[in-house]
Design a binder for this molecule. Structure first.
Ligand SMILES: Nc1ncnc2c1ncn2[C@@H]1O[C@H](COP(=O)(O)OP(=O)(O)OP(=O)(O)O)[C@@H](O)[C@H]1O
Length: 857
């Protein structure tokens, strides 16, 4: 008889955890069979797990229920699953894709919560104080490679070693051993340059780097060549033999499962069977585990399968070291199993699961089925009278389900319906919810906290350094955007083509050949025309008639045209004289002539800004022209026409432009949305590639990850803010009347708000593209409603009332007040900008954490 040699002698001593249930088809509720303990105690109900910690169980999952989603869309993933993994053994979880293996492992390592049921790791619930899981007690290899591609093998090991509390020396020592042992490439090789198999081996090496007590490997051999698979398995066996590590490994490959001490055959969120490979093969009289699984599946899906009014016996079995007859040549077994297997009158709990046939059950009252339990351990041998059980499967009707193991009292629905539903919250499981991840862990071990923070920060900065080109681009991007903004927005339009029809001088509209005589009748329009393009706003095109000019304007060749009437000079002089006689008041006398002084403008009004620019240029020209004529004709001394005059501005400059209005809001918007993008994408990428999960399983808290990200992000943000300000102030003369420091702090507050929003987005979206859509979807409403591009006061009252409380509205006004008015923090408009930024940050963080927590559930 061959043995795997990997079975731990103590394993068979423990049979306290038998959870035995018989269910019948007679419509009665399932009757839990009491658990039997070596000391003769009978205990039933899951509550006993609380009172009797079972040291020999590395993992004890009892009646686990887990679903994803809510209401009708909810998908039941784990349905009343019970599983036991003994310390110092290899347990293979075998099941088809999507049956819930990864979900189960996530619950075991404490990063997902069960809806119902109980999970104990080394006697304590995951995520409880002192459990060490998540934490250094567990080594976890997710399905994904889950290593940073831009790191070398050495840097990857340093990172994961540090967060698991190892010193640099310990890591170097272990690394040297693992590189040799697992035939890894040299430690300076970058992970992204490794082949798939090499990367998988590195990932495996990382999971065992800190020699964890419990090793959880999620499909470590997928896509791995047979030689590497063998070497992984031989190493696992060595770990179990030498280090007393407990290994749980999931796989799709049935052949390699036979290498384990115990196999759990999983289907649709339940364990169909759980036992050593040899016993499974013996009991099912198969030569291959594949056939066992096939038989189980067939029974499970048959019309009379579990949950279809068929009798089911659910009996716990245990590991025994004495009958491991597994032939390690993948999937076949030599020997006949334990002696007990020949004893048809007894069910030997510690050696094999047993079967109760439909016929037998129907002939026996469910509560009175006598079963004999015999332990193979001489020390604890005891007997309880029960009925003899036929072991032979031939006794079963074809496709009859009669075999499930290691499950306790399932809810009726779990068997009677293909859609499993968990028991109500008020059942005996209701108090078994795992506690939330304890935030006090931060203070529990300060040096551990410092180690983890150091590792996280080093990792973040190393990631930045490895992507230095990209990082520099990210640093400069806001400044680049600011440059583009300053170049494109707020300047005055120039060289606008405008037509002129000068009816006073005819063809020579620009008076090129007309002699200029000051204050002379007949050519005063020449002074006006010559002044028109003085500031470069207008580019004058001459037309002979109004009709000709209109045609060109309608074609879009000019923005409009100006018409100077034929008797322009006479009208002007008449007007000037009248003003002089009336002391500047004017009486309206000589109406026809005065009317002749009026020039006409006919404009294309489709662009408000261009229209304003043309009107402003024409009015300014006319003002200068009037002053010149008055001076030439000696009228300026006597005429003091009523005027409105602008005094020195209270705030801002007399010639302020739109850029000055927009710049403060634009700075905040750029930094805000850069933070959203960087934070959102960082978390989504880490989660998708499995790094986040792996880091969390190593015991790093969400709070620590966020803190490290924020510190890294602040460095980036500070650089970005300073660059933007430098560009705006020095290159584009944007002035800051108030404190630059206050402006920087407000920008950082907005960046923090952006980070929080980015984190929220990363919690809502699983894919980058969805995150981008969400960020873009909020970018424009925010930009438009926050008063960044247009005065907030121009919005309808209702919109204003809503927009006032957006994350950037008050901050934008505060920034403008600091920039243009020089107000200090004490001014309500300034501190309210800070308050709203901080308030929204808190709201976003809270929402994100609630969402993250609900996803963990
Ligand atoms: N967060 C989630 N939200 C919704 N459904 C989920 C989630 N995680 C897993 N599932 C679903 O739960 C089911 C079980 O997934 P799980 O990853 O546990 O299966 P698995 O047995 O590990 O599959 P595989 O062997 O292919 O990795 C799948 O149908 C999957 O789509």
């Amino acid at each position: 008889m061959k043995t795997t040699g990997a079975i731990v002698p103590q394993a068979h001593l423990d049979f306290k955890n038998k959870l035995t249930t018989i269910t019948t088809s007679n419509g009665l509720p399932p009757t839990p069979i009491p658990r039997f303990f070596p000391d003769g105690n009978k205990m039933s109900g899951i509550g006993n797990l609380e009172r009797r910690p079972r040291e020999k169980d590395a993992i004890a999952v009892r009646n686990a229920w887990k679903k994803f989603g809510k209401g009708e869309k909810a998908t039941q993933i784990l349905s009343d699953l019970t599983m036991t993994v003994k310390e110092g053994t290899i347990y293979t979880l075998l099941g088809s894709s999507g049956c819930g293996k990864t979900t189960l492992l996530s619950c075991i390592v404490g990063i997902t919560q069960l809806d119902n049921g109980d999970c104990r790791i080394f006697g304590t619930k995951p995520s409880t104080p002192g459990c060490g899981i998540p934490g250094p007690k567990v080594g976890y290899m997710p399905q994904e490679i889950a290593i940073y591609g831009e790191f070398t093998i050495r840097e990857s090991m340093l990172y994961f070693g540090r967060i698991n509390g190892m010193t640099s020396e310990q890591i170097e020592e272990r690394m040297a051993f693992l590189i040799k042992f697992l035939h890894l490439p040299p430690s300076h090789r970058f992970v992204r340059s490794l082949s798939g198999g090499q990367a998988r081996r590195v990932s495996f090496a990382i999971s065992i780097l800190h020699q964890p007590k419990l090793l959880i490997l999620d499909e470590p051999t997928v896509g791995v060549d047979p030689i590497l698979r063998k070497s992984i398995w031989s190493h696992l066996k060595e770990l179990v033999e030498t280090g007393r590590t407990t290994v749980v490994i999931t796989t799709h490959y049935i052949d390699e499962a036979s290498e384990a001490n115990r196999i759990g055959l999983m289907r649709n969120g339940r364990l169909l069977a759980e036992d050593s490979p040899s016993r499974l093969l013996n009991d099912f009289e198969c030569v291959k585990l594949e056939d066992v699984f096939f038989k189980l599946c067939q029974r499970d899906t048959s019309p009379g399968g579990p949950g279809r009014e068929e009798p089911i016996i659910i009996i716990g079995s245990d590991i025994s070291s004495d009958d491991d007859t597994t032939d390690t040549s993948l999937g076949t077994v030599s020997g006949s199993g334990s002696e007990d297997s020949n004893n048809n009158n007894n069910i030997v709990l510690s050696s094999k699961p047993s079967v109760i046939s439909k016929e037998l059950l129907s002939s026996t009252s469910e509560s009175a089925i006598p079963i004999t339990f015999t332990t193979t351990n001489p020390v604890h041998e005891q007997e309880t009278t029960m009925s003899p059980m036929p072991k032979n499967f031939d006794h079963l009707p074809p496709l009859s389900p009669a075999f499930m193991i290691n499950t306790t009292s399932s809810s009726k629905s779990s068997r009677n319906s293909p859609t499993f539903s968990p028991p109500p919250e008020t059942t005996h499981h209701s108090n078994s919810k795992q506690p939330n991840y304890p935030s006090w862990r931060i203070f529990e071990d300060f040096s551990g906290y410092c180690n983890r923070m150091r590792a996280l920060l080093l990792k973040n900065f190393l990631c930045m350094w490895r992507n230095i080109g990209f990082v520099l681009f990210i640093f400069c991007l806001p400044a680049l955007q600011a440059v583009l903004f300053c170049l494109a927005i707020g300047g005055d339009p120039t060289n606008l083509p405008v037509g002129i029809v000068n009816l006073e001088v005819g063809e020579d509209a620009l008076c090129v050949s007309t002699p200029h005589l000051p204050c002379s009748l007949g050519n005063m329009s020449c002074d006006f025309v010559k002044l028109l393009p003085h500031d470069g706003t207008l580019s004058i095109n001459v037309f002979g008639s109004e009709d000709e000019a209109e045609v060109e304007a309608r074609k879009g060749n000019v923005w409009g045209y100006i018409v100077i009437p034929k008797n322009f000079s006479e009208g002007l002089l008449e007007k000037g004289t009248t003003l002089m006689e009336t002391g500047g008041v004017g009486t309206g006398g000589g109406a026809s002539l005065v009317g002749g002084a009026n020039i006409k403008m006919h404009l294309d009004m489709t662009s408000q800004q261009i229209d304003f620019a043309i009107q402003k240029a024409v009015f300014k020209t006319f003002e200068r022209f009037s002053e010149k004529i008055m001076s030439d004709c000696g009228l300026n001394e006597t005429v003091d026409a009523p005027k409105s005059r602008y005094l020195e501005p209270i705030y801002g400059t007399a010639n302020s432009n739109f850029r000055e209005f927009m710049a403060p809001g634009i700075i905040l918007s750029i930094i805000f949305f850069m933070s959203v993008a960087l934070t959102g994408s960082a978390f989504i990428t880490e989660r998708k590639e499995g790094m986040l999960k792996r880091t969390l399983v190593s015991g790093v808290t969400t709070g620590e990850i966020i803190t490290a990200h924020m510190l890294t992000q602040y460095v980036t943000m500070a650089g970005q803010t300073l660059l933007v300000l430098v560009v705006m102030i020095w290159a584009f003369n944007v002035t800051i009347e108030g404190s630059t420091c206050l402006a920087v702090l407000l920008t950082l507050a907005q960046g923090t708000c952006g980070m929080a929003y980015g984190f929220l987005i990363s919690c809502v979206c699983t894919e980058e593209r969805n995150a981008i859509q969400m960020a873009l979807g909020s970018f424009y409403p925010n930009l438009l409603l926050s008063g960044v591009v247009w005065p907030f006061e121009s919005m309808p009252l209702l919109v204003r009332q809503m927009a006032a409380y957006l994350p950037q509205t008050m901050a934008c006004e505060a920034m403008r007040s600091i920039f243009s008015r020089g107000w200090a923090f004490t001014h309500p408009k300034v501190w309210s900008g800070f308050a709203v930024s901080i308030g929204w940050s808190v709201v976003f963080w809270i929402l994100a954490l609630i969402l993250a927590k609900s996803k963990k559930k």
